[in-house]
Design a protein around this ligand. Structure first.
Ligand code: HEM
Ligand code: HEM
Length: 128
């Protein structure tokens, strides 16, 4: 337990600038999306018991707090996908490592361009 806490602390303390935060976010988003997948496989499994059982639980996904969670899910999937492609790119072209900080900022812009409208569309119904 202590070891785990120490690891989390040192994981946040390491000051590798942009690449460091991209790495932390990649871990958190990977685990977050996997957690959602667990819930999602459970809810899709309910289809096996017929439409009534499945539909009974749909209220969960229509609840306002879930919309907020969905925004986190959109960010998680989007960031993990784009950052994953960055990691793969650097694996294949290590020479690009010299432009590492610039690449993280290009990635941030791409993520923001897709994320902001998606978040607005997802949250809009909450505000009428
Ligand atoms: C809120 C967003 C999402 C909605 C509304 C949604 C909806 C659905 C629905 C309705 C199905 C059943 C399709 C069918 O069998 O006819 C399904 C299946 C599935 N979804 Fe999603 N999904 C979402 C996000 C995701 C994400 C982010 C992942 C991956 C991490 C994912 C992975 C899967 C998988 C693996 C299946 C099972 C496919 C199969 O068994 O044929 N979904 N989803
Ligand atoms: C577009 C799709 C995806 C791409 C391009 C991608 C890419 C990657 C890459 C390159 C890594 C290794 C990172 C590294 O070496 O530092 C990774 C790790 C990981 N991915 Fe994905 N991934 C994708 C989808 C997913 C999905 C759907 C999930 C969850 C259901 C997921 C969960 C994880 C987890 C848990 C890790 C380990 C994180 C760590 O150890 O730091 N990934 N991904």
């Amino acid at each position: 337990m202590e070891t785990t806490l120490y690891n989390i602390f040192s994981m946040l303390r390491y000051r590798g600038r942009e690449g460091h935060w991209a790495w932390v976010l990649h871990r958190v988003s990977g685990l977050g999306v996997m957690l959602f997948l667990l819930l999602h496989i459970t809810d899709i499994f309910l289809l096996a018991f017929g439409p009534n059982v499945f539909n009974t639980w749909l209220f969960l996904f229509k609840a306002p707090p879930f919309r907020v969670m969905e925004v986190f899910l959109i960010f998680g999937v989007l960031f993990h996908a784009v950052n994953g492609l960055r990691v793969i790119l650097l694996d294949f072209a290590p020479g690009l490592g010299r432009y590492q900080h610039v690449i993280v900022w290009v990635e941030t812009v791409i993520v923001a361009i897709v994320f902001v409208p998606a978040a607005v569309i997802t949250l809009a119904p909450l505000f009428g």
